[in-house]
Design a protein around this ligand. Structure first.
Ligand code: SAM
Length: 231
């Protein structure tokens, strides 16, 4: 993967960035995504935000070596702290982290979301954390994708601010309203695997002396949701 040839995962992520929008890629590592989007002419201005020194240096070198310093600002900082009001950022991308971490980044500095029109989020795990965050903060899901690359399954969530209160069902929160309707082969593989996993855990807890009623009830609820949707 490089700034010209993104992974299938990042290519799908960047496909949700509206043409011409000003973007911030938080947790940018090598700044591949902003470099790709700028080089393709998809966007004119991007922030590549990184909190860790090594990836920050890699991103800085990458942007300098491609002579993109006028269009891509590489900034070191935690989460949304790298965004300033005058940047007028319209789309924020946060990819390749866990859902809980992405949620904590959004919650830590929610004032920075004022004026933002779209979030493109790609959690490696726990996507339900982001659907739940969206529900609580009135960011509606407008698209979802699930894909498999190098034997790993990724979900991409696209959210936009909503005027209306949002209420998702337990199934929609866990599985994704778009994904559960589409029920693709990758979706079925992911949740079939989780189902077996959870049934295994359930059997182990059942067989043990120290039965954890709360954990069993939680597992049971999730198993029933998945069985119902996969049926
Ligand atoms: N976004 C790229 C991708 O999807 O391929 C890189 C993903 S990499 C696994 C996650 C990056 O996020 C790391 O470079 C890490 O240092 C950075 N990161 C983690 N927490 C962060 C935070 N709070 N603020 C900014 N960057 C963060």
């Amino acid at each position: 993967m490089n700034e010209q040839q993104l992974s299938e995962r990042l290519e799908k992520v960047v496909s949700y960035v509206p043409a011409g929008s000003r973007i911030a890629d938080i947790g940018s590592d090598h700044a591949y995504l902003p470099c790709y989007a700028v080089q393709k002419g998809q966007v004119d201005f991007a922030i590549a935000g990184e909190v860790v020194e090594g990836p920050f240096q890699s991103a800085t070198k990458q942007v300098q070596s491609l002579d993109l310093v006028k269009k891509i600002a590489v900034r070191k900082g935690d989460g949304l702290a790298v965004i300033e009001r005058e940047d007028a950022i319209e789309t924020i991308v946060i990819a390749g982290m866990g859902g809980a971490l992405i949620r904590s980044i959004l919650e830590a500095d929610s004032a920075k979301l004022a004026g933002v029109k779209r979030l493109v989020l790609q959690p490696n795990i726990a996507a339900h954390q982001l659907r739940e965050w969206g529900e609580v903060n009135q960011w509606a899901l407008v698209a979802e994708t699930i894909l498999r690359e190098d034997n790993k399954i990724y979900e991409i969530l696209v959210l936009e601010p909503s005027e209306n209160a949002l209420v998702y069902s337990g199934a929609e929160r866990l599985l994704g309203p778009f994904l559960m309707r589409e029920k693709s082969a990758v979706f079925q593989a992911k949740w079939g695997h989780e189902l077996n996993n959870w049934k295994g855990i359930q059997a182990k807890i059942d067989a043990s002396n120290a039965k954890n009623a709360a954990k069993l009830a939680e597992l049971d609820a999730k198993i029933r949701i998945i069985e119902d949707v996969l049926r």
